[in-house]
Design a protein around this ligand. Structure first.
Ligand code: PLP
Length: 436
């Protein structure tokens, strides 16, 4: 048997084909777009950003889009737009990047962390309803690692209790839930567009909604230059309709400046033109990779398998952001996945490591931080109940690093190279008993 590299054998991959993973794809078209902004001295302007917003709204199929300096700021803006304030609560999966939840604290709200599903890595629809209380305002769903959340089960719960559904679609640009675009499924949504994401244009984020009053609130919170002036989305009146917001025109009510840098929006306009085609190639490459691994023991793909809707429209993983594999940790308990990743890295698969996000309900920020200097943790500062949860309360979120790990995220359908990676996986997983 082929000796594992971690045990001194020859590594399967001697030199990693870097161009297979290079992302985003940058051409002269992107370079020219950036240089045009520089030469026009319009880095802080809004014209290009507004064009980008129009194009992104059309691409996603929503009425309004608003460009932000980053995804975190867009999430804060979305929470304010959703009406979240001091003493309110949001429900959010515990296993996600912190920005899905942490901005709620700065609005004086608390986070009720929910469990994730092992298969999807998304919020467990069965762990939502019992968390709803009189002050619950919103459910934050995160389409984790490009996997759409089960919206047909989540949306009725939100409707029944009058909650806003905020989608954090930062991992899911191009993902589809039963034929419908992630980011256009709830009441308001956010995408980070930072450089490491699937839709990658630099520090940038975008907010989307069909709800005009939420859109206006987001504008008033962080876009002083747009409150009281023309919006390309308001064809008739060109103004915010809410007189309460117009009263504050000229100064953003949150005290924030959320505008997108135009070198980012200029790149965004170019990237959007090519995005669907480029992620279609990622999809083809990732599916081929997982097909090659179909027979390996204790390993399965993180991939959506919702049944199609009545019209036969299927779900998809968009750009496969942060592609994950699932390890059957019940067969090998006790931190075995970290060892497996080490063995894969020794074979030359440098990307393999256990998941780094969450569990947020155990983090000191959501337990001890006194942001407002009120002499008590912000999670309970304005709250009617204490939502903090101890270790052991959300076992799937807490043990995610035992069963989920990053796998190569192929950007091109290079068959021989993908097969080489599949061989490295085969070598390690076929000798799993010897390794663990
Ligand atoms: C990256 C990310 C964000 C934050 O976006 P930034 O642009 O980095 O501020 C929010 N939510 C999730 C799930 C993310 O992965």
């Amino acid at each position: 048997m082929n000796k594992l590299a971690i045990h001194g054998g020859e590594p399967s991959i001697k030199t990693e084909p870097k161009e297979l993973f290079l992302w985003p794809i940058i051409t002269e078209e992107d370079e020219k777009a950036v240089l045009d902004v520089l030469h026009a001295r319009t880095m802080s302007g809004t014209e290009i950003t507004k064009q980008f917003e129009r194009e992104m709204a059309a691409w996603l199929g929503v009425d309004y889009a608003l460009g932000y300096c980053n995804g975190t700021a867009a999430l804060l803006g979305a929470m304010y737009a959703a009406g979240i304030g001091a003493g309110d609560e949001i429900i959010c999966p515990s296993m996600t990047y912190w920005a899905s939840a942490a901005p709620a604290l700065s609005l004086g709200a608390a986070v009720n962390f929910a469990e994730i599903e092992e298969e999807s890595l998304c919020i467990d629809p069965d762990d939502i309803e019992h968390r709803i209380g009189p002050r619950t305002k919103a459910i934050m769903v995160v389409h984790y690692a490009a996997h759409p959340c089960d919206m047909d089960r989540i949306l009725p719960i939100a409707r029944k209790h009058g909650l806003v559904v905020i989608e954090d679609a930062s991992h899911a640009q191009g993902s589809k839930y039963k034929g419908r675009a992630c980011g256009a499924l709830g009441d308001i949504s956010v995408m980070s567009l930072m450089t490491a994401k699937a839709f990658a244009i630099g520090e940038a984020g975008m907010l989307f909604t069909n709800n005009r009053s939420m859109f206006e609130r987001a504008i008033s919170f962080g876009f002083y230059e747009r409150t009281g002036s023309a919006s390309e989305f308001f064809s008739k009146d060109n103004q915010l309709t809410d007189p309460e917001l117009m009263k504050f025109a000229g100064v953003p009510v949150g005290g924030y400046k959320h505008r997108m840098h135009q070198m980012s929006s200029a790149v965004g306009r170019v990237q959007l033109k090519h995005y669907d085609r480029r992620i279609a190639e990622i999809d083809k490459a990732m599916r081929y990779f997982w097909d090659c691994l179909a027979d390996l023991p204790h390993l399965s793909p993180h991939i959506c398998d919702y049944s199609p809707d009545a019209q036969g429209r299927a779900s998809s993983m968009g750009g496969w952001y942060y592609a994950q594999g699932r390890f059957d940790h019940r067969a090998y308990p006790g931190g075995s996945l970290a060892k497996l990743c080490e063995a894969l890295r020794a074979e030359g698969v440098s990307v393999c490591s256990t998941i780094k996000n969450g569990p947020l309900h155990l983090h000191p920020v959501f337990n001890e931080l006194d942001l407002f200097r009120l002499g008590k943790p912000s999670m309970i500062a304005f709250a009617e109940r204490d939502l903090r949860q101890a270790r052991g309360s959300l076992p799937h979120a807490e043990s995610v690093a035992e069963y989920s790990f990053s796998v190569p995220w192929f950007k091109h359908f290079d068959k021989p190279a993908i097969e080489l990676y599949a061989e490295a996986f085969g070598k390690v997983f076929s000798q799993i008993d010897r390794l663990l």
